[in-house]
Design a protein around this ligand. Structure first.
Ligand SMILES: Cc1cn([C@H]2C[C@H](O)[C@@H](COP(=O)(O)OP(=O)(O)O[C@H]3O[C@H](C)C(=O)[C@H](O)[C@H]3O)O2)c(=O)[nH]c1=O
Length: 181
């Protein structure tokens, strides 16, 4: 497996080994010892799968008191995946990394607990599958507005399809001010 560090501490871009033949391909999308060897050692307790159409944007989400580490991948189609540093104590606060994850490149992103995450779909349909290191707690959910100008994320979609929730998240600066009051 190839492992690429990113500009955000602990966020990794992973390329599992793919075995192709005349039938198609095979890859191990997770293997605990191999992932522990690269520092992904928190136990995964929940697997998620969402399907979205072209132009759908889900994010930017996080859980406040029970942050989830996420190992994310795309099993069908392609997405523009984004991770944002929302920790005001961090040297990379407000910065983000982005990558295209697809069923062609088989790339995975490891997102340690404490980052905000989101993606938008760049194919007709995308199946987004991911492992989480803590349980979903709806009461603990938080979000940052996808189009926050201070984040300057160059989304490949100008007018995304959003949930009402995702349409109304605060800007990161407002979120931090609220959390610190
Ligand atoms: C996240 C989640 C949702 N749900 C239920 C709650 C709603 O009835 C329905 C859709 O939830 P939501 O609109 O929050 O789903 P997404 O917009 O895909 O949220 C996810 O999208 C971004 C990209 C993330 O990184 C998070 O994992 C997560 O916030 O699924 C569950 O039952 N369990 C769950 O873990």
């Amino acid at each position: 497996m190839k492992v690429q560090q990113t500009t955000l501490p602990g966020v990794l871009l992973l390329q599992p080994q793919t075995f192709g033949d005349e039938r198609g391909f095979f890859l191990e999308s997770f293997q605990s010892q191999r992932y522990r060897d690269i520092g992904i050692e928190l136990p995964f307790v929940q697997d998620n799968h969402s399907r979205s159409g072209r132009g759908v944007l889900r994010g930017l989400h996080f859980q406040r008191t029970r942050p989830q580490g996420k190992l994310v991948r795309v099993s069908r189609g392609s997405v523009f995946d984004v991770v944002v540093d929302i920790n005001p104590q961090s040297a990379t606060f407000g910065q983000h990394v982005a990558a295209t994850l697809s069923d062609e490149n088989h790339l995975q992103m490891w997102i340690p607990p404490g980052y905000a995450h989101g993606f938008c779909v760049t194919s007709d349909v995308a199946d987004f599958e991911y492992k989480c290191t803590d349980y979903y707690l709806p009461s603990d959910e938080g979000g940052v507005l996808w189009s926050d100008p201070e984040l300057a994320i160059e989304w490949p979609v100008a007018d995304p399809i959003l949930s009402d929730k995702d349409r109304n998240h605060p800007l990161l600066r407002a979120l931090i001010q609220t959390e610190n009051t």
